[in-house]
Design a protein around this ligand. Sequence first.
Ligand SMILES: [Zn+2]
Ligand SMILES: [Zn+2]
Length: 658
Amino acid sequence: MKFFYYDIAVPIPIRETFTYKSKDAIRRGTRVAIRFRNKKMVGYVVKRLTNKPSFSTIEISEVLDDSPIFKSSHIEIIKWLADYYQHHIGEVFDTFCPPSLRKIVKIASKEIALESNHTFVTEDKNIKLTSEQSICLKELKKLKGFDPCLIYGVTGSGKTEVYIRITDHYLSQGKSVLILVPEISLTPQLEERFMNRFGNSIGIYHSKQTIKQRTDVWEKARSGDIKIVIGTRSSVLCPLHNLGIIIVDEEHDQSYKQHEGFRFSARDVSIKRAQIEKIPVILGSATPSLQTLKSVQDKKYKQFNLLKRANGSQPPGLIILDINDSKLESGIAEESLDAIEITLGKGKQVLIFINRRGFSPLYECNNCRWIAECRKCDSRLVFHHNLNRLVCHRCDSAFGVPTKCPDCSCSDLSLQGSGTERIELFLKEYFSKTIIIRLDHDTTKKKGALEKILNNIHSSKTAILIGTQMLAKGHDFPNVELGVILNSDAGIISPDINSLEKISQLLIQVSGRVGRKNAKGKVLIQTRYPEDKNLRKLRNGDYLDFALNNLKQKKELHHPPFSAVCIVRSTSPLAKHNVNFLEKIALSAGKDMSISAIGPIPSIISKTRGNYRHHLMLQASSKVTLNRLLKKITAATVLWKETKKVKWFFDLDPIDYN
Ligand SMILES: [Zn+2]
Ligand SMILES: [Zn+2]
């Protein structure tokens, strides 16, 4: 009997592939059912072997797809990802497969649709491009092959319109377009504008959709029935037929990085995909990441600018409001309250940004300074008024509110500090006739809640909008004329090496929601550090100038993007197990002169769900050097007894350094 032999990636936490045999000739990228350690599971064919292996192999149980679900180019990307992030290859395959296909189900592939007639609306007569938009579009049409570029477009400069026109350009050539957005909360508006222009030839793909919806979009994209996919990070390898270009909107956004399991950056993967498929990729942002700006400086990426707002309105100035001598009401200064009142009086909307949900972040004993903390994590509990519970934002546990201090039995306990919920309650009393709308994780949990809130914002005239990061990103709220930023101080004084990049992006993004329609808006930043030099530099709202300066400092300090960093994170019920394991890694890294290892140290949240957390920071002069070290560590840890006592992973190109 003649057999073929295949390397199969199995979705388990093991880095190697496994060899199986079959009588069938199977193409790479096809799913198969296999027996692995007495369990039936899905495997992905990575490669056909040319020779019979010297060891015995078992037979593939069943071939699941009649044509490969992963193209050769995608297998190349997946292999690159498994190597770059040093992650288990089977799990990488799983990440980019719709959930329904991770199970043992057979699918018959649909016929590839014939090149469809291009029936899209080419031009909307009502929207006239600005000269900047026209120039940008003309340049974008010239992109050829792998050609990455940054569109630096200030907030309100009309990037979306440029995306729509360039999409149309590719569709008219029979090509398809992938548009990545950082978060679901941004999708409704972009989706709506694309739907208005291109009708129903659009697929939306994100993790809040049902499994059936996602499978449907994925298959239609593959067969060519859908030519445009708008999706979040899990759609970055969506198998669009004849893909022409990738657009990454808000490329600086941290939600492109996956925070659990396989921790990849969808922005970086999209660039790799474009490189392997030899197509252009557009990165758009009003606050580009330092990494992207460095690539522009290195002449690896082109840069096009949209520096004026499309409707001619002026971007708002940032006003530093010294609150050291101000009276605060639920965290809002009197001066801010006055400004809010004036804006409401003009029939306009106000946006209040605070980076903390819930009612109050501290429940404290006024006698002995005991503070309520989660029993499983070392994080402080946040009081939620509507639940009448203290909630842990790390593990979601909720606790009753003690009436007596557990340490000193005194009953003088009080709530300190403000979150979105407290501000909402306070403003509802203070401006009792005004519509108050809160947008955060808690108010948008239910399906359809976000759309309802956004509609509410658009249909109300005068209103106060209160929200977290979710409110600061990408939205177009034409009637907002005043922004108030309540707690930026933590970001301004943070010692984190990327905190300046994060806080500057946030301030500019919040201010970008303000004064978008004709009127000149303003943004108040409440701070106890009015003399802070970075805050003063950001005052004129010129992000690029600020970021390029920041980049210069990074170069002098050899911080990323001028070096490569990986944080090795370890958790264990016993702290010493983490320390022993990480020390062993530090020791093996220490032999290499081009690597510096800092730690092990307890993470800022040093305990979560009953486990201790420690980390070790590895910094290398280049990504290649770092990758070499990570491979060495991966191979070595398999043999250590210390490895068995911890859960650990690499956090490569981290966003959080603590
Ligand atoms: Zn006490
Ligand atoms: Zn907790």
